[in-house]
Design a protein around this ligand. Structure first.
Ligand code: OOG
Ligand code: NI
Length: 265
């Protein structure tokens, strides 16, 4: 399992060097960087939906825990945990509900999804495959954005880890989300301020924040353009009434975290 997360981290930081820079800043401060969770995105087509992506983790002993719905973004999500290994990162997987979009939008997506053979989606390494649909069109990217920033991002990046998340609970000096955010901003990295810099409250048992996604150069059929890639997240969990650390996700928080990969004009 460590091997899997190492591979995912490598793929993630190769494309998003800022995450490695921030990770190393914490290490320089003698902090221990533990991953609270990683996240993946997909479409709800049976060939590649949540169930398909979850398989890899179920095989490693992970179990389904929470289910979430995002009406306004037309997404379903689940989270998985490993019951045996306490420091195994949680896994958050969301899927876009295609049937809730315009016919034109669905046609574009279906055309791309059906442009490759089913074997591609059946590959056990799908979560490492990235964009499997060939060089994207910038015009299509902008068209998809009109209905869903999530779909537009997924069209460019496909199947890959969308973010890693630093567990603030495992930090010593940076023991509040306010301190973490200040540290990130002092290091000249931009935070996602959608819905406020800090998502959630101690009463809700989970507070989160994230950087704005890395901006990368991508080759399109029309030429090279700058587009958002992945972000880095920070999360602090609080104990519930029984004294047990809250382990789920909060839909209202997550709804704003998704915005970290929105296209920036
Ligand atoms: C997932 C957003 C939600 C969280 O921790 O609530 C999330 C995404 O952007 O794919 O990561
Ligand atoms: Ni997250």
């Amino acid at each position: 399992m460590q091997q899997l997360f190492n591979a995912l981290w490598k793929e993630y930081t190769l494309q998003n060097p800022t995450a490695q820079v921030i990770h190393d800043l914490f290490i320089q401060e003698n902090e221990l960087v533990v991953n609270d969770h990683v996240a993946f995105r997909t479409f709800d087509d049976v060939k590649m939906n949540i169930k398909v992506l979850a398989k890899k983790f179920l095989e490693l002993g992970y179990e389904y825990r929470g289910e979430y719905k995002f009406e306004d973004k037309h997404l379903n999500a689940v989270h998985l945990e490993h019951p045996g290994i306490t420091d195994a990162p949680r896994v958050f997987i969301s899927e876009l509900i295609l049937s809730e979009f315009s016919t034109g939008f669905q046609e574009i997506i279906r055309k791309h999804l059906n442009s490759v053979s089913d074997d591609v989606y059946a590959d056990k390494d799908l979560i490492h495959k990235g964009n499997v649909w060939g060089k994207p069109s910038y015009k299509t990217f902008q068209l998809l954005r009109k209905e869903s920033e999530y779909a537009a991002w997924l069209y460019l990046h496909g199947f890959r880890v969308n973010h890693f998340t630093v567990s603030i609970n495992a930090l010593q000096k940076y023991d509040t989300i306010e301190k973490v955010n200040q540290f990130i901003k002092d290091s000249r990295h931009e935070m996602n301020t959608s819905g406020g810099e800090i998502k959630g409250t101690p009463e809700k048992l989970l507070q989160q924040s994230s950087t704005l996604s890395e901006i990368i150069q991508m080759e399109f059929t029309e030429g090279v353009f700058e587009v958002p890639a992945c972000f880095y997240e920070f999360a602090i969990r609080y104990p519930d009434k029984t004294g047990k650390l809250f382990s789920g996700f909060i839909a209202a928080n997550a709804n704003k975290i998704f915005d970290s990969t929105n296209f920036r004009e």
